[in-house]
Design a protein around this ligand. Structure first.
Ligand SMILES: NC(=O)c1ccc[n+]([C@@H]2O[C@H](COP(=O)([O-])OP(=O)(O)OC[C@H]3O[C@@H](n4cnc5c(N)ncnc54)[C@H](OP(=O)(O)O)[C@@H]3O)[C@@H](O)[C@H]2O)c1
Length: 179
């Protein structure tokens, strides 16, 4: 097992994944904005005998992502797996359609993941080893009612993952977009 950096680990799917991977022996670097929730997660993992580090980080801010990855490397020496799970969205309404709402969803779901990839990929390429998981959604498969912006963002995320998977073929880095 190795070191997994998981974004959006303060709640929901990310938190459950972190607990589950920790129980299998993975070292967890838990990232999100709500540090108090990350701290309770890290405490739970450590109480179970695992290793965890909680780091406050907004994935839409590249400098914070770089700092979080640097802190993880300092603590554990490597990041073997990135699970870019932080994401979400709001409903888009035809009566109050706002480009800014769509932009916010693209920034969080796509650029947030890209910021994390940018931060971890050079070291993974240098070691010829790594695993990148992007948390997409079934909403990526087509534009869903009330979710025009969210579907667009998750479709972009899935496409980014597919392109990267092809580009990383033979470089020792595997991955997938799930949802
Ligand atoms: N639930 C579903 O049915 C479902 C289905 C398909 C896909 N998904 C996807 O699965 C992922 C997790 O969803 P969930 O249902 O578990 O939602 P959730 O409970 O709302 O979790 C979202 C996580 O993302 C974090 N986050 C949000 N904005 C962030 C930011 N700017 N920087 C860092 N972290 C941020 C939140 O933490 P903080 O607020 O503490 O930052 C939280 O930990 C999302 O990408 C979602 O689109 C969910």
């Amino acid at each position: 097992m190795g070191v997994t950096l998981i974004t959006g680990a303060s709640s929901g799917i990310g938190r459950s994944l972190a607990r589950s991977l920790a129980r299998r022996g993975e070292t967890i670097v838990a990232v999100a904005r709500r540090k108090e929730l990350l701290d309770t997660l890290a405490d739970e993992i450590k109480a179970d005998g695992g290793r965890a580090l909680a780091l406050r980080c907004d994935v839409t801010l590249p400098a914070q992502v770089r700092d979080a990855c640097a802190a993880a490397l300092q603590a554990f020496g490597s990041i073997d797996r990135l699970i870019a799970n932080a994401g979400g969205g709001e409903r888009t309404s035809v009566d109050e359609f706002r480009a800014s709402t769509v932009a916010d969803m693209l920034t969080l779901n796509v650029i947030g993941a890209a910021n994390c990839i940018e931060a971890v990929l050079p070291a993974m390429l240098a070691r010829g080893h790594g695993h990148i998981v992007l948390m997409s959604s079934l909403a990526a498969s087509r534009g869903l009612p009330g979710a025009a912006g969210y579907s667009a963002a998750k479709a972009a995320l899935t496409s980014m993952g597919e392109g990267l998977r092809a580009d990383l073929h033979g470089r020792g880095i595997t991955g997938a977009a799930y949802g």
